[in-house]
Ligand binder design. Structure first.
Ligand SMILES: Nc1nc2c(ncn2[C@@H]2O[C@H](COP(=O)(O)OP(=O)(O)OP(=O)(O)O)[C@@H](O)[C@H]2O)c(=O)[nH]1
Ligand SMILES: [Mg+2]
Length: 350
């Protein structure tokens, strides 16, 4: 999964990026540089299973973060679109909002970013309508004509200053739009970046965005990037102590990662053996055969069955052997919808 970090200049994007990735990129330098990092998705289930099994290797699911240059949101006046093409490749976007400075106005900052995203998509739609109209003139291409209709529907929606994710589209329409990688079709995670003193007021800030939040499309969370960035550089013991002092139970970036997971409808299933305990990312609702393909195409092709242990049962009985003895072990076929946290062994034959 790829997550792009966007926001206005100096909103704390790089600070949040550092906090999530453990990197120590310079902040506050107005560099407008792009940074990239692959981070492990914290998963208590992987930790617990590893304690029980003591495997040679432990592998967490991963997310790729891209810290993009600031967006001023002056697009309406300037001729350039500020959205870089890298951002179009992202599965979801995290919008960092300055809620720490004395003159912070996160609501209007968000509007500026949204305006810029809508503008970028409008330009994309315009160009493509034009291109297709030209083709239709010379070739009478029926598919192109259909696409023009669909793009016009998108354009009207964008011109009404609405996000494409809120436009009702059939799954076929969505499929034919996929190639454009529209910015406003991506799920959004707002991150209100609080000052150190502002942490206690988190819910006051997030409630400003109640109308914006929408299931499976838009989420919000609040954190103090500056503190989070310090937290991640500490040794485990110091970190626990520091967190206790601040009255926090888990680093907020963990919440950010979990929220982006659920926003994208992602879940993890687990494989657990003496060689490796590992989390695998799939879309919710993926069936067992497709889920096997995430590990290797051979497993999908030669799928015979899935041997499934529910995570809670694994923990309750403590080992695969004891789960089996208790009769809590299940054999599932190709169509079984894999559950979050299922511990699976795939049987296959190629
Ligand atoms: N008080 C406070 N200051 C913060 C916080 N997060 C960032 N800052 C400060 O805001 C300034 C900008 O932070 P950056 O992380 O560089 O912001 P950015 O969005 O990456 O900036 P550009 O890449 O230049 O657009 C720095 O001086 C940070 O120390 C925060 O949570 N609290
Ligand atoms: Mg930066």
């Amino acid at each position: 999964m790829k997550l792009g970090i966007i926001g206005k200049p100096q909103s704390g994007k790089t600070t949040v990026f550092n906090a999530a990735s453990g990197q120590q990129v310079a902040v506050g330098d107005y560099s407008q540089a792009t940074h990239q990092a692959v981070i492990k998705v914290p998963d208590a289930r992987v930790d617990k299973l590893s304690e029980l099994i003591n495997p040679k290797k432990i592998t967490y699911a991963e997310i790729e973060f891209l810290d993009a240059p600031g967006i001023s949101g002056k697009g309406k006046e300037a001729s350039d679109v500020e959205i870089s093409s890298d951002l179009r490749q992202m599965d979801a976007l995290m919008i960092v909002l300055d809620a720490f400075s004395s003159d912070a106005n996160p609501k209007s900052d968000l509007q500026d970013i949204i305006d810029e995203m809508i503008l970028a998509d409008q330009v994309m739609v315009d160009t493509n309508i034009e291109r297709r109209l030209k083709r239709i003139k010379t070739t009478n291409d029926k598919v192109a004509a259909q696409e023009v209709e669909l793009l016009k529907k998108c354009l009207a929606h964008l011109e009404a200053e609405k996000l494409l994710i809120d436009l009702e589209l059939t799954s076929d329409e969505l499929k034919s739009l996929r190639g454009y990688m529209f910015m406003t079709l991506k799920p959004l995670l707002l991150v209100a970046n609080l000052s150190e003193e502002g942490i206690s007021e988190a819910s006051k800030v997030t409630s400003l965005f109640d109308d914006f939040v929408s299931d499976n499309k838009r989420e919000i969370t609040a954190l103090c990037g500056k503190i989070e960035m310090e937290l991640i550089t500490l040794e485990d013991d110091d970190r626990t102590m520091f967190m206790e002092e601040l009255g926090i139970t888990a680093p907020a970036v963990e919440l950010v990662i979990q929220k982006s997971y659920s926003l994208l409808g992602l879940i993890s299933y687990l494989t657990a053996g003496e060689t490796e305990v590992r989390a695998w990312t799939i879309k919710k609702g993926t069936n067992a055969q497709k889920a096997a393909g995430v590990i290797h195409t051979d497993l999908e092709r030669g799928f015979i069955r899935a041997e499934v242990i529910k995570y809670a049962d694994y923990i309750e009985y403590g080992s695969e052997k004891d789960v089996k003895a208790a009769g809590k072990f299940r054999l599932e076929g190709k169509e079984y919808p894999v559950g979050d946290g299922d511990v699976i062994l795939f049987r296959f034959n190629v």
